[in-house]
Design a protein around this ligand. Structure first.
Ligand SMILES: [Zn+2]
Length: 245
């Protein structure tokens, strides 16, 4: 980045910080995201490296709070694209569902270069996804693996209904263990959203367990405290990401 761009970015942040001070206090966000590297400019390697996995999870919570309170940060995405073109230092990898209503960057209010983003219908992790997570954490230095399920998930409903369709059949079969492991005494059908969400929640925790069991690389990184593997559920109606740490 050139010097003039750097001072531009700094000016923008100073102005935003000044304008945001009143707003942040009013909505109780002061301290949560204020002054953090996630709240302005680009995420440098130095900023990312000195954060702990817990601090990164905290930034995710703060970003989701900005999203759902209708106060996302103003971002110059093209400037972020140019600033990150020659290198990236993402803090985390978020693994979610392909659902068009659950884009991780938007609901966590992050810019370009902040997170790796992996998506598979029903967020079931195969070895390609595990390899991607290992790349993110071991090779690229990310410190959080966040699995994100969501409410009213079509893949979960399809698995409950036993949908058969081309390659989707094998994918949905990977959700079946979550259906079987879900303890629920009411109507166990795809029409019952409460049951669908209970299965989605169980599916997140099984995916987290799977990651730990099937990836020695990630397991070792977690056991030394270098990374944290966590689950979460995104509520389509309220915009809330619930962290299951
Ligand atoms: Zn889904």
């Amino acid at each position: 980045m050139q010097h003039s761009q750097l001072s531009d970015a700094r000016d923008r942040f100073d102005r935003r910080a000044f304008c945001k001070a009143g707003v942040a206090t009013a909505v109780g966000l002061a301290g949560a995201s204020f002054g953090s590297p996630f709240a302005h400019a680009d995420l440098t390697q130095e900023q990312r490296d000195k954060m702990t996995p817990d601090e990164i999870l905290q930034q995710m919570k703060a970003g989701n709070e900005r999203f759902r309170s209708g106060k996302p940060l103003h971002r110059d995405l093209m400037r972020e694209a140019q600033a990150t073109a020659k290198g990236q230092y993402p803090a985390a990898i978020v693994f979610g569902c392909v659902d068009s209503r659950a884009p991780a960057e938007l609901i966590l209010d992050f810019g370009i270069g902040y997170i790796f983003s992996g998506r598979v219908a029903g967020n079931v992790a195969d070895e390609d996804i595990l390899g991607s997570m290992e790349f993110a954490c071991k090779a690229a230095g990310s410190k959080v693996v966040l699995v994100m399920g969501h409410t009213a998930c079509g893949a979960i409903k399809g698995a409950i209904d036993g949908v058969q369709l081309g390659n989707l059949t094998a994918l949905l079969a990977k959700v079946r263990p979550a259906i079987e492991a879900t303890r629920y005494t009411g109507e166990r059908s795809a029409k019952n959203y409460e049951f669908v969400d209970a299965v989605a929640r169980k599916n997140v925790s099984l995916t987290v367990t799977n990651i730990r069991e099937r990836s020695a690389v990630l397991r070792d990184l977690e056991s030394t405290g270098s990374i944290k593997i966590a689950g979460s559920m995104y509520n389509l109606e309220t915009g809330v990401v619930e962290f299951l740490v």
